[in-house]
Design a protein around this ligand. Structure first.
Ligand code: ZN
Length: 138
């Protein structure tokens, strides 16, 4: 069995962003030489997400609006976590959008459903953060 591990690094200049990381994950898969197996992609921070959905600008705007309604950033004083911090909303947004994505590898390619793409969701940016890509198979 082959095993591959790589960290992808991000330094998003804004507090929140959605970034399509499918090209980076595809590059990892090529490098791994795995033809049949599984890819795990997970955020290594508790204020960021990895998730799969459509690369559609309107949808991303809707996510931002929906998440802000569920867990508004301000006023920061509404959260007990924010004693000395200001990112309670980012923890909650990460919880809703998830920690990781798993994708099947078939014939050397990511075996996606229709329109599926992999995204890094940043909810407390402006600092260096990483995503783990782990690929196993043969
Ligand atoms: Zn925190």
């Amino acid at each position: 069995m082959r095993s591959y591990r790589k960290e992808l690094w991000f330094n998003v200049p804004t507090r929140r962003a959605f970034i399509n990381i499918t090209p980076q994950v595809e590059a990892c898969l090529q490098e791994s030489k795995v033809k049949e197996g599984l890819v795990l992609v997970n955020a290594m921070h508790i204020t960021a997400s990895v998730f799969i959905n459509d690369d559609e600008h309107g949808l991303h705007h809707d996510y931002e609006h929906w998440l802000e309604q569920l867990a508004p950033h301000a006023p920061v004083s509404q959260y007990q976590h924010n004693v000395g911090e200001d990112n309670a909303d980012a923890h909650m947004k990460r919880q809703i959008m998830g920690r990781e994505a798993v994708v099947a590898v078939t014939e050397g390619k990511l075996d996606f459903g229709t329109w599926e793409q992999i995204f890094y969701g940043e909810f407390d940016g402006r600092r260096k953060k990483r995503v783990l890509v782990k690929i196993i198979g043969e």
